[in-house]
Design a protein. Sequence first.
Length: 255
Amino acid sequence: MKKPILSSSEFKQMKHFDKYGPIYEKHFCSDVGLEYQKKFLWKPLLKNINFNNKRVLEAFCGTGELSKYLASLGAVCFGNDISKYMMDKYEKNCPGCIVYRDSFVNLSLKNEFFDVVVVHTGLHHLHPYLEEGIDKIWKCLKPNGYFIFVEPHSESLIEFLRKLWYKIDKRFEKNEAAISISDLERKNKEKFIFLNKKFAGGLAYFFVFQSLTVGTPLWLKPFLAKILFPFEKLFRTKSLSFVAICQWKKKQIDK
C-alpha cells in the first residue's frame, strides 16, 4: 500500500494517533465510553435508516467501533483513516471490511457508490478543506444516499470553553475547530436535504466520553457515568451542547 500524501497538519495528526492510539482506545472505547456513544450519539445518528446490505463508508473511522456496530446491523462497511495504528485495529475489529488508509481529501472514491457516509467527529479535522470534503462525500453517495455525522459545533454558549481548551491542550492541531452547522447548511443547501438535527454533549460527554482529554482516570469513569448519564438530557439544546448530530440526504442536481 502506498504511503498517503498529507498536508503538514494531517501528517502531525497521523503521527499523533499512531503514537497515542492505544491510550485513546482505552479511554474512548472503554465499556462506559462505548455506552455513552451508543446511547447519546449513535442512537439519534442512525435513527430511521436501514443499513441492511447497504454500502457504508465510515470516514475518519479510527479503530472502527462504529463500523463494527453497523456491520451487526447488516451494513457492508468501508473504513478510512490516515493512521496506520487505527487502520490496523479497524481491520481486526471489522474483519472483511475494506479499508482506505489515506487522507480523506486525497482519497479516490467511485461516484454514486455508497448508500451512506458516516463521520464521527472527523470533519473538524478537515479545515481548511472542509468544503472539498463535503463535495467528495456528495459525489460518492448514491442518489438519495445519506450523509450522517456527529461533530463539535460552534454555536453553543459555551464555545469559548472549547476554544480555550483547544488553545491550551497541545494535542489539538491549529487547524482543528468546531463546525458551524448553520454555515455548513447554508453552503450545502443545493446538495443535501437536511432531515434531522439534534444536539448533545454535557457533563458526561466531558468527564466520561472525553476522559482522556480532561484527565478522568479509567477507574472513575463507571462511577461518574452512573451519576452524570441521567443529566445528559439537559444538554440537548444548541446553546448548551457541545456536539451536533445531523442526518442529511443527497439531492440530485439537474445537469
